[in-house]
Design a protein around this ligand. Structure first.
Ligand SMILES: NC(=O)c1ccc[n+]([C@@H]2O[C@H](COP(=O)([O-])OP(=O)(O)OC[C@H]3O[C@@H](n4cnc5c(N)ncnc54)[C@H](O)[C@@H]3O)[C@@H](O)[C@H]2O)c1
Length: 345
């Protein structure tokens, strides 16, 4: 059975904005105390919108949020809490997830429960309250190992980890339930995001902050595989720009859209760029026995350009410099690394 669409409020807001009438929007960001969520929440707030965040703080830190953000500690699987927070919301950004590929292999049940179950619970709560739009932070990890690069959204995914399975399932759940519940849905397949504030957990840290930290500390950078595997590193401001556009744009119901930089960088080149940005040498050792993951990953951005008018603005070298300049942790490390001879000498 099809439910009647509660999407009219969002349509009115869009209609008014097309005639130059600026409307204050109300957003809920799940996982909004995480790396991407904090940047998104603070940007929406700066633009004059109301922002609510729900995050269980399993990985997030609300200290990074603007104090005007309405923060609630809670689980995305907690329906009563969601009902309260969803009241009056125009658009939900669904970012709450467990995010480590290797950890998902060890604990697939947890990944299924939070990333898939949490998405379904959220969609049910949105139907109950009558919220008409959701933007899902999906992942380029879904593509797996693809011979043809750059990858566009039509390629058949190769789901290599439970994390990838969970993100693909979440995409399908929002699209399918969205049809039945009259909710507009869009999924952004984000490539390797990096920037200030990105967490550095002791286990399974993301590659960019890990290399930056190791170089600044004079530690050893271990390159797995042949070191030539490539990724598409996209600066956080570009990711947030795409998310904001996806929240506002009409005509993208049930679309999946790649969000990356459109530039392919090998991990060896990333280390060189970190050396240049920090002006410190990297002590590199290689472990060719252990896989460095898929050989190549590069975003085809034609669809993002066409549907969202998205084009990434920040190069890797500029992004690394901004990350170092804006993140207190790296400023402290840079002072501590003075004992190291600078690269340029
Ligand atoms: N960072 C990237 O490169 C990247 C790439 C592709 C997709 N994504 C997706 O973007 C989203 C945000 O990623 P991120 O890099 O900011 O990661 P993050 O770990 O910093 O943010 C995820 C947030 O979700 C919260 N969370 C986890 N389980 C929860 C639960 N059950 N209830 C409520 N909150 C919960 C965590 O506390 C954390 O603050 C995730 O969905 C991730 O899969 C990120």
């Amino acid at each position: 059975m099809l439910y009647s669409s509660p999407g009219s409020k969002y349509e009115q807001i869009k209609f008014l904005s097309e005639y130059g009438v600026q409307t204050v929007m109300k957003y809920l960001i799940t996982g909004g105390a995480g790396f991407i969520g904090c940047h998104l929440a603070n940007r929406l707030l700066r633009e004059g919108h109301h922002v609510r965040v729900i995050d269980d703080l399993s990985a997030g830190d609300p200290a990074q949020l603007d104090e005007r953000v309405h923060f609630t500690r809670g689980d995305v699987q907690d329906s009563p809490k969601l009902w309260t927070l969803l009241h009056g919301i125009d658009c939900v950004y669904h970012l709450a997830a467990k995010v480590s590929l290797p950890q998902s292999v060890l604990y697939p049940r947890d990944y299924n429960q939070v990333n898939v179950g949490g998405t379904v619970t959220l969609m049910e709560a949105m139907r109950a309250v009558g919220v008409s739009r959701i933007v899902l932070a999906s992942s380029a990890t879904i593509y797996g190992d693809q011979k043809r690069q750059p990858v566009d959204e039509t390629v058949v995914p190769q789901l290599l980890t439970p994390y990838a399975v969970s993100k693909f399932a979440a995409e399908h759940y929002i699209f399918t339930l969205g049809i039945h519940y009259g909710i507009e849905t869009v999924a952004l397949r984000i490539f390797n995001a990096y920037g200030p504030g990105q967490k550095l957990p002791p286990a399974y840290p993301p590659v960019v902050p890990q290399i930056v930290e190791q170089v600044l500390n004079g530690g050893t950078v271990v390159l797995f595989g042949n070191g030539r595997q490539t990724r598409d590193y996209v600066y956080i401001d570009d990711v947030v720009d795409a998310l904001v556009r996806a929240g506002e744009q009409g005509g993208i119901d049930r679309e999946v859209i790649n969000i990356g930089s459109g530039v392919e960088t090998s991990v060896e080149e990333l280390v060189r760029q970190v050396e240049a940005a920090t002006d410190r040498p990297a002590h590199v050792i290689r472990n060719e026995q252990q896989s460095g993951g898929v050989a190549r990953l590069l975003a085809d951005l034609e669809k993002a350009q066409r549907l969202l008018d998205y084009s990434p603005k920040v190069s890797l070298s500029a992004g690394l410099r901004m990350m170092l300049a804006q993140d207190e942790r790296y400023l402290r490390r840079r002072k501590g690394a003075r004992a190291q001879p600078p690269l340029s000498e």
